[in-house]
Structure formats: C-alpha cells, structure tokens
Ligand binder design. Structure first.
Ligand code: PEP
Length: 257
C-alpha cells in the first residue's frame, strides 16, 4: 500500500511539562498557529500530563487537535496508588495513549510484558495506542537494532487481535535520538519503520502491515520534519521538545500535509 493511503499521525509528547493553565495556552497557541493552514492531511494529537487533560480537552474541543495521555495502568481499578486506568482516561475525554515510551522503560521499570498489559487495557477501553519501540545506542552499535525492535513489537502485540490492531500506531523511537538533538537520518528512520511494518505483516498479514501507521520519533523538529516525513515508511511523528513550541509544532503539522 502506498503511504498516501495510510493515516499520518503527528503526536506531541509533552512529557512532564506545562501546568493546566499553560496547557490551555499551548493548545490555543497551536490552534492559532495552524489557523488558515491545512491540517486535515494528518491526525494531530497532543499527549499531555494527567493533570492537564481536563484543560487540554476543553481547549481542543471542536478543533483538529485530539488529546492523548502519556501512560495508563493495566488494571481497571484497585489498590494501585498513583496510577490511572484506561476507563478514567476515556471518561476525561482522552482518545489516545502513549505506551512503552523509552523514558518509562528506562526510569520506571517498564518491561515488554507490562507494555503488553497496558496495550490490552487501553484497547479494551476504546483508546488508540501509540506504542513506542526503539533501540539503545549500544544496541545499534552492536548491530541488534532489528532484533530489539522486533522483540519489543512482537511482545507488545501478543494477544492483540487484527481488529484491535486498527487502533494501534507504532512509534519507532531510537533511544539515542530522544531529547538529544541527534536525529536518526531519514534513511535510518525509514529502514526501521519498514522493518516494523514487516514484523506486523508477519504477525497479521500483508494488508495489516501495509496499513499500520508507523511514526518516527527522536528530535524531530521544524527543520528536519519534512525530510523524515517524506520517507515511504514514515507515516508521522512522535514529537517531544518541539511539540512544546506552537510555531515549531505547526511547521511539523504542515510538513505532514
Ligand atoms: C519523545 O519524547 O517521544 C521524543 C521523541 O522526544 P524529542 O522529540 O524531544 O526527542
């Protein structure tokens, strides 16, 4: 399938930034920056901290911006102090959730198994999942990028049905490129996004592999977005730092049109 037939998704990951009042300001600023420009060539998502969700949902109402969360617990309720369930997110107007971000894997003990549990909880509650996979710098240097990314993808998708897969976006995020200013080259990004597509094809068939949205994430910015997004297997971006600056995020949205 030609990339023109796949949905392009540009998603911001705000990480631990912005108070609720600042979230309202940033969503309004993104709307203002994009006013009069095309936005319908891609889906635009802002994944925000839990405490910002209410304000972000309110500010985004009626606009082209969809709101996502940055994580979700796998249980529906119970004694899990500090955690948030998928049902809670849905009740707040959240449509998307990031699962398996490398910062969760690196600092909060996230494993392929817990990623898989979160994917199931999110999909069962009706959320769309942005599933993050990606290799460490040492793994790239050791030549095991394909093995690492394949393993992460396969385990995350264990038990996910073909129907549910329609609500999964995969973000290829090389860990060495996240927040470092060091971007994968467009060819490196394309190569691994293609590999992820092949893994999905091997699990669900060619149509599913060809149809799934695969994003690149890792220091994507207003300058390099167009080159990355032009690649055949790169269907969008997961953007950290540059998603906090409305003018830059708007340039990236335009590059995806
Ligand atoms: C991210 O947080 O997913 C990310 C890609 O961050 P940055 O764009 O800042 O590298």
């Amino acid at each position: 399938m030609n990339k023109l037939f796949r949905s392009a998704v540009i998603a911001g990951n705000w990480k631990m930034n912005k108070t609720p009042a600042e979230a309202t300001e940033l969503i309004n600023a993104i709307k203002a920056e994009c006013a009069g420009k095309a936005t319908d060539g891609c889906t635009v998502v802002a994944c925000v901290p839990y405490v910002d969700i209410a304000n972000a949902v309110e500010a985004a109402k009626g606009s082209f911006i969809h709101i996502g969360a940055e994580n979700v617990h796998w249980e529906r309720s119970g004694a899990f102090t500090g955690e948030i369930s998928a049902d809670m997110l849905v009740a707040c107007g959240v449509e998307y959730v990031i699962v398996g971000h490398s910062e969760r894997r690196q600092y909060f003990g996230e494993t392929d198994e817990t990623v898989n549990k979160r994917v199931h909880a999110a999909l069962e509650a009706g959320l769309k999942v942005i599933l993050c996979v990606g290799e460490l710098l040492t793994e790239r240097e050791q030549g095991v990028t394909a093995e690492v990314v394949s393993r992460q993808t396969k385990i995350a998708l264990l038990g996910v049905t073909e129907e549910q897969l329609k609500n999964v976006i995969i973000a290829y995020e090389p860990v060495w490129a996240i927040g470092t200013g060091r971007t994968a080259t467009a060819d490196q990004a394309n190569e691994v996004c293609k590999l992820i597509r092949e893994v999905v094809s091997s699990l669900y068939g060619t149509a599913a592999g060809n149809g799934i949205t695969v994003q690149y994430g890792g220091s994507m910015n207003a300058k390099n977005a167009a080159e990355l997004l032009a690649k055949e297997h790169v269907d969008g971006g997961l953007i950290g730092g540059a998603s906090l600056k409305a003018p830059d995020f708007s340039v990236i949205i335009s590059a995806a049109q």
